[in-house]
Design a protein around this ligand. Structure first.
Ligand SMILES: Cc1cc2nc3c(=O)[nH]c(=O)nc-3n(C[C@H](O)[C@H](O)[C@H](O)COP(=O)(O)OP(=O)(O)OC[C@H]3O[C@@H](n4cnc5c(N)ncnc54)[C@H](O)[C@@H]3O)c2cc1C
Length: 503
């Protein structure tokens, strides 16, 4: 009898555990196609042009430079197209939440350039899709921006877009499928697609090296130090989402990372457009084949602003489906600059041969395409009218957001490490992580569904800020610069180049 009870407990535990794992494995993936398997290049020897980072920004830059006849090597720490790009919602869109109205109060020219920098990129996507006959579920759509409560801001945003020459149309009493709205406008000629299918479809005339992390760059000698060896390059482009070289450049003081979530629900109706809600933290809707993708609930990395983001997104989207099932859920973080413009150009004053692409502010599809054109033009000495707009060395970034970010960094870098951990391991529920007192020291501890402990250092390997557990993504996130680690301390996202130490 005793044996039977033990056996039945073991069987129950096995099924519960495996069911949970199966559910997690299925649902933490995004809806996009798988990236193509590539032949790995040769890490030995010096190179002409090296692009570091195989996301959409690095991949498109490598593609464009190689099309212009350059010898290009793309180096990726993991697998190409497996970073933030695989976790996007892929609206190729110029619509952002109340950006143009704010920007135009400072400069009409900058606002206009910022818009056309992106709008022209949408046309470039279409050109490449036609040229290479790429099947990537690309659909031209109108993009709707709508509100229930922020009418005046919406009118200002509409007027700003109209003034700079965007193709916008006001909708007085909107009847939108996605939710209640008292006012809306649409921006025409935007698009949606599957970014991985698109990038899989481009012809690759450049070398790809996967599984090699670049740890440092010597700006004087243009030497790259990698996890495997060291070598030199004539030109280097850092497209690692968040730049990993702290000095020169100081990007860790000039940006922060914002985390967003997304779900896909099947059996969806055709919602005929892409949608951005002005009232709720970046809430977006679009179709993908027979699904609807709902994204949003953004918050600064390392600061979950409410739990159960996936469930809440599902609630927002399920009325657009015929009793649809949540088939995918995913999340990631992206870099935000303090003046809302990306950094594309020279990495620092110290070298005209080292470039950076970053700061897409959670709208990287159009910006990555535009940035690849800009960097390729700079390297090929072709004038590009957006060089000044995106110049990483531009002035005017010491604004209120800069100081707010500085305070947040100081809190998590200096103050939090001094606060003793008041909790211990028994305060952690299964499936949760907390910074607690463990083995006599402050430790970041995750307790899995079987109550097994996974313990790592609580201080980020990048610059030492105290990590915070993200219960939805089940990752340890840095509140200062947005490095992310899995529960074993392995790197998920830059800027860190080092794993977290296990305890
Ligand atoms: C949930 C979510 C929804 C989004 N929705 C949209 C949307 O609808 N429309 C839109 O335009 N944008 C959207 N974005 C933003 C967009 O996805 C990103 O801006 C874009 O994918 C960033 O691309 P990337 O190439 O900069 O970064 P990544 O794709 O992360 O590529 C960087 C690569 O560099 C590699 N790397 C890092 N460090 C090193 C190193 N030291 N050595 C070698 N390799 C390294 C990484 O492994 C990674 O593969 C969304 C983002 C999120 C998180």
């Amino acid at each position: 009898m005793y044996l039977l009870i033990i056996l039945s407990k073991k069987i129950k535990c096995y099924f519960v555990h495996n069911f949970k794992l199966a559910a997690n494995n299925k649902t933490m993936k995004s809806i996009w196609a798988k990236a193509k398997e590539r032949k790995n290049g040769n890490i030995e020897g010096d190179k002409d042009i090296v692009v570091i980072g195989g996301g959409i920004a690095g991949f498109l830059t490598a593609f464009r430079l190689s099309q212009s006849g350059k010898q290009v090597t793309l180096i990726e720490a993991n697998k190409v197209l497996g970073g933030v790009t695989s976790k996007t919602t892929a609206h190729i869109d110029c619509m952002e939440s109340f950006i143009y109205g704010k920007m135009i109060t400072k400069s009409f020219e900058t606002t206009k350039d910022f818009y056309f920098f992106q709008q022209e990129a949408i046309q470039e996507y279409e050109n490449l899709i036609n040229e290479y006959k790429i099947e990537c579920d690309f659909v031209k759509v109108d993009s709707y921006f709508y509100t229930q409560h922020k009418q005046q801001e919406l009118i200002d945003e509409f007027n700003s877009l109209k003034d700079i020459g965007a193709d916008v149309e006001f909708i007085e009493n909107p009847n939108l499928p996605v939710g209640e709205a008292t006012m809306a406008f649409k921006l025409k000629n935007q698009a949606i697609f599957d970014p991985i299918k698109f990038l899989n479809g481009l012809s690759v005339n450049f070398e790809i090296i996967e599984g090699v992390r670049v740890l440092d760059i010597d700006f004087k000698t243009k030497t790259l130090y990698t996890s495997k060896n060291e070598f030199r390059a004539n030109k280097i482009i850092v497209a690692t989402n968040f730049p990993f070289v702290n000095f020169p450049g100081w990007y860790f003081l000039r940006m922060y990372k914002s985390h967003s979530y997304a779900v896909a629900i099947d059996k969806a109706q055709d919602i005929k457009g892409s949608y951005l809600n002005a009232d709720e933290s970046g809430l977006t809707f679009r179709n993908h084949i027979d699904s609807v993708i709902v994204g949003g609930y953004d918050h600064r990395s390392g600061r979950p602003y409410k739990y159960q983001s996936f469930d809440r997104l599902y609630e927002k989207g399920k009325h657009l489906t015929d009793d649809g099932t949540l088939t995918h859920q995913w999340s990631a973080n992206d870099c935000v600059t303090f003046d809302d413009l990306p950094y594309v150009g020279y990495y620092s004053k110290r070298s005209k041969d080292i470039y950076v692409i970053t700061g897409f502010g959670k709208l990287g599809m159009a910006k990555a395409m535009a940035s690849s054109i800009l960097i390729s033009d700079m390297i090929n000495d072709i004038p590009n009218k957006y060089k000044k707009l995106c110049d990483p060395l531009r002035k005017g970034q010491c604004n209120w957001s800069f100081f707010k970010n500085l305070l947040c960094t100081l809190k998590n870098l200096v103050l939090m490490p001094l606060v003793p951990p008041f909790r211990c391991v028994k305060n952690i529920k299964a499936g949760q992580g907390k910074v607690v007192f463990y083995k006599g020291v402050k430790t970041a501890v995750y307790k899995d569904e079987d109550e097994k402990i996974h313990a790592i250092s609580p201080y980020c390997a990048h610059l030492g800020c105290q990590l915070k557990f993200n219960p939805d993504a089940r990752t340890w996130d840095c509140p200062c610069h947005g490095s992310r680690f899995d529960i074993h301390g392995n790197i998920i996202t830059a800027p860190t180049t080092k794993k977290q130490e296990r305890v």
